[in-house]
Design a protein around this ligand. Structure first.
Ligand SMILES: Cc1ncc(COP(=O)(O)O)c(C=O)c1O
Length: 380
C-alpha cells in the first residue's frame, strides 16, 4: 500500500478551512488575468468540459415557444427531466429523481442518507468532499497513484478503505483524470460491500462510446448503488441545470423525502424530452470527442515537457514536467487567449498538473500548437 494510501481526516464542517470548503470550478479566466497582470481579453476556454458542438439545434428552434408557461410553477419533481431518463434508461419513474443539475443530487444524497464517514478518491471532483463535509460526514481519502496513471486501486486497498466508512464516491469517468471504471468493477465492489453506499457520478458517461455497457444506471439495479446523472455537460446546457439520480425505488423515496420542491425550472423541464430526439447529434458528439481526444493525446505526448494521461472522457489531464513551473506556461497560454484548468488545487495534483477539455478540431489545433511553442520556448 505504498502509492495507493488511505488517509483519514476527521472533524466537522466547522473545523474545515475556508479553502477546503471553497468552490473549485473551472471557467474563471478573469481571476487569472488578474493574477498574471494581463489585460482581460476573450479566451478559448478549455477549463470547462462541455460538448464542443454546443447545444442541440432543436433547443434553438423551439426556444420562442419554451417561454410559454413560465408564469406557472413547474412540475413539483421535474416531470420532463424524469421522462428523459425513463426513456433513455428504460426505468420506471420510481427509480428516478430529477434535480437542478447533478449538483443538487450530489449535495442531497449525503444529507438525506445521513453519511457519517465517506471515502473519496484523490484526485476527484471536489464537490463529493464538500457535500459530504457539509452534511456532517468525516472524510477518508483514497489516493490514486500517479505512477499508475490514476487507475483505481486494487481490491485489498478498496476493501480496507470501505471498512471504516458508510459511503464511497466514484466519478465515472473520473474528473479530472478521465479514467473509466468498468461496470464489472463497480458491480463487484457493490456486491462485496452490500452495507455501504456506492455513489457513482456518471456526469461524463454520455461521452463514452460504450456507455450502455458501462453505466450502472441500466438494469439490473443494485440496492446500495446510487447513480448521479448530468445533462449539462453532454448537451452543452450548463446554464439550464438538468440532472438526476437513479437508484432502487426505496433509495429514491428517501432522497425524495429530503428534497426541496420545484428545483427543476419549467424551461429545463420542457427541454429535457426534446433531447431524446437528438440521436445524430449524440453520435456525432461521441465520434468527434473520442477522435479528437486520441489525436490530442498523441500530439501532446510528442511535446517535450508535457505528459498527457490516458482518458475516456472529453478532457485530458496533463502534467508540465520540465521547465520553469506551470505558472509560466499558463501565463503564456493566457496571453495567447487559451485558458486551461490549473489543477494544482486538487489534492494529489499539486505538482504542475492541468486539464484541457476536448473542443473543436480547430480549437484543439490552436492549443496543441501553442503548447508546443511555449514549452519549446520555456525549455530552451
Ligand atoms: C464530475 C462532475 N460531476 C458533476 C458536476 C456538476 O454538473 P451539473 O451540476 O452541471 O450537472 C460537474 C461539474 O463540473 C463535474 O465535473
Amino acid at each position: 500500500m505504498d502509492e495507493t494510501t488511505i488517509k483519514e481526516k476527521g472533524g466537522s464542517a466547522e473545523d474545515r478551512t475556508e479553502e477546503e470548503l471553497s468552490h473549485r470550478h473551472g471557467g474563471l479566466p478573469e481571476k487569472d488575468f488578474d493574477r498574471f497582470s494581463l489585460p482581460v481579453a476573450p479566451v478559448v476556454d478549455f477549463s470547462v468540459n462541455l460538448n464542443p458542438l454546443g447545444f442541440p439545434e432543436e433547443v434553438r428552434r423551439q426556444w420562442p415557444s419554451l417561454i410559454q408557461g413560465i408564469e406557472a410553477y413547474p412540475s413539483l419533481e421535474g416531470r420532463g427531466v424524469t421522462a428523459y431518463f425513463q426513456e433513455r434508461l428504460d426505468l420506471p419513474p420510481e427509480n428516478i429523481l430529477a434535480g437542478n443539475g447533478s449538483t443538487e443530487l450530489i449535495y442531497l444524497a449525503p444529507r438525506a442518507l445521513g453519511f457519517r464517514r465517506a471515502a473519496v478518491m484523490t484526485p476527484s471532483y471536489h464537490d463529493y468532499y464538500r457535500a459530504s463535509v457539509l452534511a456532517g460526514a468525516e472524510i477518508m481519502r483514497v489516493a490514486l497513484s500517479f505512477e499508475e496513471d490514476f487507475r483505481p486501486p486494487g481490491k485489498s486497498v478498496l476493501d480496507q478503505a470501505l471498512r471504516g466508512v458508510d459511503a464511497l464516491w466514484l466519478g465515472n469517468p473520473n474528473n479530472p483524470t478521465g479514467i473509466l471504471l468498468t461496470r464489472g468493477f463497480v458491480e463487484d465492489l457493490a456486491l462485496r460491500h452490500p452495507d455501504k453506499w456506492i455513489l457513482v457520478d456518471e456526469a461524463f458517461m454520455p461521452f463514452v462510446e460504450s456507455w450502455r455497457r458501462e453505466s450502472m444506471a441500466l438494469r439490473p439495479l443494485f440496492p446500495n448503488v446510487i447513480v448521479i446523472h448530468s445533462l449539462t455537460k453532454f448537451y452543452g446546457l450548463a446554464g439550464l441545470r438538468l440532472g438526476a439520480a437513479t437508484a432502487h425505488r426505496d433509495v429514491i423515496e428517501r432522497l425524495r423525502r429530503a428534497k426541496e420542491p420545484w428545483t427543476v425550472n419549467g424551461v429545463a423541464d420542457r427541454i429535457a424530452p426534446l433531447l431524446l430526439g437528438a440521436e445524430s447529434y449524440e453520435e456525432e458528439t461521441r465520434r468527434l470527442v473520442s477522435g479528437e481526444r486520441e489525436r490530442m493525446f498523441e500530439a501532446l505526448s510528442e511535446i517535450k515537457g508535457i505528459r498527457p494521461f490516458p482518458s475516456r472522457a472529453n478532457f485530458l489531464l496533463c502534467r508540465y514536467e520540465t521547465g520553469p513551473g506551470l505558472d509560466r506556461l499558463l501565463r503564456r497560454l493566457l496571453a495567447e487567449g487559451l485558458y486551461v484548468r490549473d489543477c494544482r488545487n486538487f489534492p494529489g495534483l499539486e505538482r504542475d498538473f492541468f486539464r484541457a477539455a476536448v473542443k473543436t478540431p480547430a480549437e484543439n489545433d490552436r492549443l496543441i500548437r501553442s503548447l508546443a511553442d511555449q514549452a519549446r520556448g520555456l525549455n530552451a
